[in-house]
Design a protein around this ligand. Structure first.
Ligand SMILES: Nc1ncnc2c1ncn2[C@@H]1O[C@H](COP(=O)(O)OP(=O)(O)OP(=O)(O)O)[C@@H](O)[C@H]1O
Ligand SMILES: [Mg+2]
Length: 461
């Protein structure tokens, strides 16, 4: 089914509703006027009838001729009113000239209510009443012509029939114009929205200052565009950084291989080249693995299986690996892990990875003869893990950015130690996937404290 624009539908509804209301109004007004005419005429007829009845009661005892004369005079006084009186046999006692013109039959049933009849194309309101005078009974009829009233009523009806459609047309045109005006910003929003694509995601819709739904809609769409824009920029940046990080080691390995193939070399030289390339390949595959993990996390494919886990065991295992790293770098390593189990709901593999990321950083960014301390405790319904170091620390200006992908405070130093700047972003994702938090305090030259918090599992401790 073809769907019409909103403004057409609005106007159509408006038209239909108004048409019903105006038609009802017209009908009610027409019939109210008609019944008001009848009421006025009826009242007049009853008054006249009462006058005639009193006259007849007064005069009847004088005889029929006197009665006729009195009626005639009375009729003249009533200024040619329509009056006729007949006896039981249907003989006319009196018949005003004006009424005899219409030949209203005399033998009509008496009634207390006047009725409308059409005689010779003229509508008449006739009241027929039986009047008993002495032993005689008469049928007295008074009547009034309704044609003048009905003409006025008819003119009123015609006026309604002409005015209602004209009013309806004017109202529909006004309604259409108003809905067009009200919906004009929607067209503008549609046009701008249509022109926004990946190339100009930073464009924004013009917000109409109307303080209404349309202003709210444009503001909501704009804030959605803002989020999309930021997300898109992040993706573009991530792709650029990822390809850069991949290109560098691949270029190094290629050059190394080309150089070694340029002339004949000793077995030792070849072994050296292969060993160097092997080390680079290992780092690269480690990088690819991190990239894959983040990509899966972004797409929602990487979901963690949260089961009750004893986090002390996980931290202890990470410390075993961490202490080996520290030893190799001659950094003192201390751990403070409670002897009782601490249960949280988590993914053991991911949690192990998180603590290793923090310990690895602490060792990596702490110079020889520094100190790294790992601790775990329960506090306020949370399991709190802390990794402290006496290393180089992080400046306040860098602190907000270190959880971003590929962000490294000192790129040269970080690369030297094999870092690409993905560890903490993976760490934050793991913490958040466990409904936990990760926070950092640091002062350059003095060291850093990374703290992770997870809600304790209920019923397991
Ligand atoms: N304990 C720390 N002390 C000082 N600086 C740190 C510490 N931990 C992280 N940083 C800074 O934060 C940056 C980001 O850390 P992140 O772990 O994400 O990346 P990375 O260690 O450089 O590389 P990756 O962990 O991916 O191998 C680091 O490059 C470093 O500059
Ligand atoms: Mg790291």
């Amino acid at each position: 089914m073809k769907s019409f624009p909103i403004r057409v539908r609005l106007t159509a509804w408006y038209f239909v509703v108004l048409a019903v209301i105006l038609s009802l109004f017209g009908l009610i007004a027409y019939f109210a006027m008609r019944s008001s005419i009848h009421r006025t005429v009826d009242e007049e007829l009853r008054t006249r009838m009462e006058g005639v009845r009193q006259l007849m009661e007064r005069t009847a005892r004088y005889g029929a001729e006197d009665l006729q004369r009195e009626l005639r005079e009375h009729s003249v006084l009533m200024e040619g009113a329509l009056l006729q009186v007949s006896d039981q046999q249907g003989n006319w006692l009196y018949r005003s000239a004006s009424l005899s013109r219409y030949e209203v039959p005399g033998l009509q049933a008496a009634s207390t209510q006047p009725s409308t009849f059409v005689f010779r194309d003229v509508p008449l309101r006739v009241l027929s009443v039986e009047v008993n005078v002495g032993d005689q009974s008469y049928l007295v009829q008074v009547a009034d012509e309704l044609d003048d009233f009905y003409d006025a009523l008819h003119r009123f009806g015609t006026l309604l029939l002409v005015c209602i459609p004209v009013l309806l047309l004017c109202a529909a045109a006004g309604g259409y114009w108003m809905s067009r005006r009200a919906l004009a910003p929607v067209d503008q929003i549609t046009q701008t929205a249509r022109s926004i694509s990946v190339q100009n995601l930073s464009s924004r819709l013009v917000v109409p200052q109307t303080r209404d739904e349309l202003q709210r809609l444009s503001e909501t769409l704009n804030s959605m565009l803002e989020r999309l824009d930021a997300a898109f920029k992040k993706i573009v940046q991530f792709t650029a950084d990822a390809s850069h990080e991949l290109r560098t080691p691949v270029a190094v390995m290629r050059t190394r291989a080309e150089l070694s193939l340029r002339k004949a070399r000793s077995a030792n030289e070849y072994r050296d080249t292969v060993a160097q390339n092997h080390a680079d390949l290992e780092r690269t595959s480690y990088l690819i693995e991190k990239l894959m993990l983040l990509a899966r996390a972004d797409s929602g494919a990487e979901t963690l299986q949260l089961i009750p886990v004893n986090v002390t065991e996980i931290v202890r295992e990470a410390c075993d690996q961490g202490s080996a790293l520290a030893e190799a770098k001659q950094v003192a390593f201390r751990e403070q892990i409670p002897n009782h189990p601490v249960w949280i709901k988590g993914d053991p593999h991911a949690l192990h990875r998180l603590f290793l990321i923090l310990i690895d950083n602490a060792v990596k960014y702490t110079p020889t003869s520094g100190r790294v301390e790992v601790s775990l405790k329960e506090s306020d319904g949370s399991a709190v893990g802390e990794v402290r170091d006496t290393g180089i620390g992080i400046g306040a200006e860098d602190l907000p950015s270190i959880f971003e992908r590929f962000y490294r405070v000192d790129k040269a130093r970080s690369r030297e130690s094999g870092g690409v700047g993905l560890g903490l972003s993976i760490g934050r994702w793991i913490a958040e996937a466990h409904a936990g938090t990760i926070e950092v305090q640091s002062s350059p030259g003095h060291g850093s404290i990374f703290q992770v918090r997870f809600p304790l599992a209920k019923g397991n401790n």
